[in-house]
Write a protein that binds this ligand. Structure first.
Ligand code: 5GP
Ligand code: MG
Length: 206
């Protein structure tokens, strides 16, 4: 059974011949707290767009923001179209410095009011690159909403997000869609991933 455990958990990567690396998952936000913030964001976004005559196009940046997107759109009391962009900028735990966009939207962005969603905003390279591309393709507006905004010195931020659920210190985080080498996305809460060299076996309980 799923549990949202309010204490550090030790997690061992499931590698048959190499038991390391071992991580500690330090809880930051439970699924209940995330749901509360998502409801507030949904209300604010509804108020922002309620006088618009065209449906809002919500574009989530895959893969990390899908959990956030499906929860958020159900808190937006407007007609919404959903689309997605597959983009990648992080390789292992560091930014590669470039954003690879791997697909086009189902409908042309021309004339659309777009709300671009991402899981986490670090330097802003991902959001800025995709926002610029959608505006170049003729979108009427592109606002941005992220689950997490990572604290960085202002000179390292390339843009800002119009909405964010939580601001976090510059740590590597996983859960609620966020991964480490594709693992941990399905954890219901958000955790900081800390190296753990204690060598103790896994005690994480799903
Ligand atoms: P940016 O382009 O803003 O520098 O980085 C944002 C992207 O990097 C996000 O879409 C996400 O894929 C990845 N990223 C940045 N920080 C983290 C983190 O702490 N955890 C995870 N899982 N991904 C991160
Ligand atoms: Mg991403």
């Amino acid at each position: 059974m799923w549990t949202d455990i309010p204490r550090p958990q030790r997690w061992q990567e499931p590698q048959k011949n190499n038991p390391l690396p071992c991580f500690m998952l330090v809880p930051l936000f439970t699924s209940e707290i995330i749901a509360e913030r998502v409801a507030v964001l949904g209300k604010e976004i509804t108020e922002t767009y309620q006088s618009e005559s065209v449906p809002l196009t919500v574009v989530s940046i895959l893969t990390g923001s899908i959990f956030f997107a499906v929860d958020l759109v159900r808190q937006i009391r407007l007609h919404v179209k959903m689309d997605a962009i597959l983009a990648q900028s992080y390789v292992h735990h560091a930014s590669s410095g470039e954003v690879l966009i791997k697909n086009k939207l189902k409908e042309s962005p021309a004339g659309a009011n777009i709300l671009l969603l991402d899981d986490i905003f670090d330097t802003g390279l991902t959001l800025k690159t995709i926002q610029s591309s959608l505006l170049e393709q003729g979108a009427a507006s592109v606002k941005t909403c992220v689950l997490l905004d990572k604290e960085l010195p202002p000179e390292k931020k390339m843009t800002h997000a119009d909405w964010f659920a939580f601001r976090i210190p510059p740590k590597y985080v996983v859960g609620y869609g966020l991964d480490s080498d594709e693992l941990y996305r399905n954890l219901p809460g958000i955790y900081e991933l800390q190296d753990d060299d204690s060598g103790k076996p896994e005690d994480f309980v799903f």
